[in-house]
Design a protein. Structure first.
Length: 192
């Protein structure tokens, strides 16, 4: 099953617990567990990003767009990568564990657009592909930063190592996606 529906509160809570457990064990030098996919949504084959914040600031974010493995495995892998492989930050240390919170973005498939007016700020993430680089920003970034569509696109170009405005070039492809975003700091929801 590809997982066309959104994850329910119980599935979201479980994935956050998996990410937290994986990072905690990794930082303490223990081998992270392989968690059971005992809820339907944990078996979906979807791309996902794991984001680590420390005291409200970005501390690591790694993900992928595609997965041929169950979502629970993707979250385990991206949690390890966000804690240890984000090139913008050193590996997460033990002393930081109590100051972090986690967010997971479960992605829809990528789709190309014909015109930038298809991009809805706050709903869509952007993936820019150029012969000179690639860059992605998740949907929540534009909202968090208060950016309009053009500014969001410019910053995606910068993330790709390209100049702002590169998205206007005919050799640049713009793909969009949506994400179900949930985090440890979200208000509790009914698991009903």
């Amino acid at each position: 099953m590809s997982g066309e529906r959104d994850l329910n509160p119980k599935e979201r809570k479980r994935l956050l617990a998996v990410a937290r457990d994986t990072i905690t064990k990794l930082v303490w030098g223990k081998r992270p567990d392989s968690h059971e996919a005992d809820l339907e949504g944990l078996n979906f084959k979807r791309g996902a990003f794991v984001t680590i914040h420390r005291r409200g600031q970005l501390r690591g974010c790694i993900g992928n767009f595609f997965s041929e493995t169950p979502l629970v495995r993707t979250v385990e892998e991206m949690a390890v990568a966000a804690a240890t492989q984000d090139p913008r930050f050193p590996p997460l240390g033990r002393a930081e564990l109590e100051d972090i919170d986690l967010e997971i973005s479960v992605l829809s498939p990528l789709r190309p657009i014909a015109a930038v007016d298809e991009i809805q700020v706050g709903r869509h993430g952007v993936y820019i592909v150029s012969p000179r680089g690639r860059g992605v920003l998740l949907p929540q970034v534009a909202t968090e930063q208060g950016w309009d569509r053009d500014t969001f696109l410019d910053h995606t170009c910068l993330k790709a190592g390209l100049r702002p405005g590169c998205w206007r070039d005919p050799d640049v492809q713009i793909l969009i996606f949506s994400a179900q975003i949930f985090g440890e700091n979200d208000p509790p929801q009914e698991e009903g």
